[in-house]
Design a protein around this ligand. Structure first.
Ligand code: CTP
Length: 400
């Protein structure tokens, strides 16, 4: 959930600041880019050197950088951040945040930030219970800031009670769960196919095609990043999912892909068939390697099942089915014919006449045509960006 997220971690003056070192380490391990910002008081509890070493970035404490005469741009940092996490959040900083005070860099970033703000308070139990603190927390919640609740236990004062900062692991779990809940495709089961199929001729030869699987894998990764529960049925491909949540099923032939798709489609909210499925397969597969002879060799082929058409005929109300059309001529006409014939909600058209589109490339140029024949033409983009556009179409149809 935190992979590639830009996180500003604000650290306030509190004995719990020693736990921030572990928090930074866990955030970095989760793949986040962490920029630590400390209040001047926080530096009395933990050294910026420890945190800059762990975050692999200089720690910011001041508006001004005396060595260069420059200043730290709080607006830029506020906009850079995907998340602003304040842990530990002291009673003093919470009070200033609640009242718009701005006498240090951390507070200036808070006021400039457009992203979600999580705060994990740390203080003594009486300070925590005080009406003033509770009023400030209510105010922050009303601003939309998110409280990471403190724990109960022994406090630095020796007293027992509420006010201990949540443990770093708990903070990470809390934030991850909150992010997950907000994802647009959470709990949606989506089936994606990718790659070519190989149709055996004999034990050593097959009929295949040039599909690399890049587009289908990018779609599966993007949908998973948006929270979907993705099953990826892949023909032979060297691609690897970047999202560990993608459940991959490897198949070889069109017949195996058919079985896997039929088994998974009934429980799926949506299916995107991006695989380049063979239209024909050898009528018989030779048991032994076919030996060379003097004359020509003919291989009789039989039609494979059109998986997409079959799923289209099984589609229930509320299910979304999308296919691809790779065309060389009469592109739109052919794509619309496939959309209708296969009972699709939308078809993704790519033309081999477009520079940068097609097999093995890292880019693609698509047009999406939906069942209302609404046509959206997209620019040439990376396959990751194209996957995002296709995912957005799925989100649009799911949200109705
Ligand atoms: N498809 C499928 N099963 C097949 C063949 C194709 O599910 N046996 C799917 C592809 O995954 C793609 C869509 O159908 O999403 C269109 O594939 P394409 O090869 O462009 O079209 P075909 O229907 O095979 O027609 P043609 O090859 O004649 O253009």
């Amino acid at each position: 959930m935190l992979q590639n997220k830009n996180i500003v971690l604000g650290i306030c003056g509190s004995i719990a600041a020693y736990k921030s070192a572990l928090l930074v380490r866990l955030l970095v391990k989760a793949g986040a880019n962490v920029q630590v910002v400390m209040t001047p008081d926080a530096t009395n509890f933990i050294t910026p050197l420890t945190l800059s070493t762990l975050s692999k970035k200089p720690v910011l404490t001041d508006y001004f950088i005396p060595e260069t005469g420059e200043w730290n741009n709080h607006v830029e940092l506020g906009l850079w951040a995907d998340l602003f996490v304040i842990a530990p959040a002291s009673a003093n900083t919470l009070a200033k945040m609640a009242n718009g005070l701005c006498d240090n860099l951390l507070l200036a970033i808070y006021l400039s930030a457009k992203c979600d703000v999580y705060f994990a308070p740390a203080m003594d139990l009486d300070m925590w219970k005080h009406e003033a603190t509770q009023a400030n927390i209510s105010k922050l919640k009303a601003f939309g800031n998110i409280l990471v609740p403190p724990g109960n236990g022994e406090l630095a004062s020796g007293l027992y009670g509420e006010g201990r900062m949540a443990e770093p692991e708990e903070i990470i779990d809390f934030i991850s769960a909150a992010i997950k809940k907000k994802l647009p495709l959470i709990n949606q089961k989506i089936l994606v196919t990718a790659g070519p199929t190989y149709e055996a001729i004999d034990p050593v030869r097959f009929i295949g095609n040039h599909s690399s699987g890049k587009m289908g894998f990018a779609i599966a990764d993007e949908l998973a990043a948006l929270g979907a529960d993705v099953t990826l049925v892949s023909g032979p491909s060297a691609q690897v999912s970047k999202q560990s949540a993608v459940k991959r099923i490897d198949v070889t032939s069109a017949a195996e892909m058919l079985d896997a798709c039929v088994a998974h489609f009934k429980n799926s909210k949506a299916c995107i068939m991006s695989a380049a499925v063979a239209d024909y397969t050898p009528l018989t597969v030779a048991k032994q390697k076919i030996k060379k002879s003097d004359g020509n060799l003919g291989i009789e082929l039989k039609k494979t099942v059109d998986i997409l058409s079959l799923l289209g005929s099984q589609k229930k109300a509320g299910q979304i089915l999308a296919g691809f059309a790779l065309e060389t001529n009469d592109e739109e006409k052919n794509a619309v014919a496939k959309l209708k014939k296969k009972n699709l909600d939308f078809i993704v058209l790519n033309s081999l006449n477009d520079e940068g589109a097609g097999f093995k490339k890292d880019t693609n140029k698509i047009t999406i045509i939906d069942s209302a024949l609404k046509k959206t033409v997209y620019d040439l983009k990376s396959k990751k960006e194209v996957a995002r556009d296709i995912s957005n179409k799925i989100i649009e149809l799911i949200k109705g």
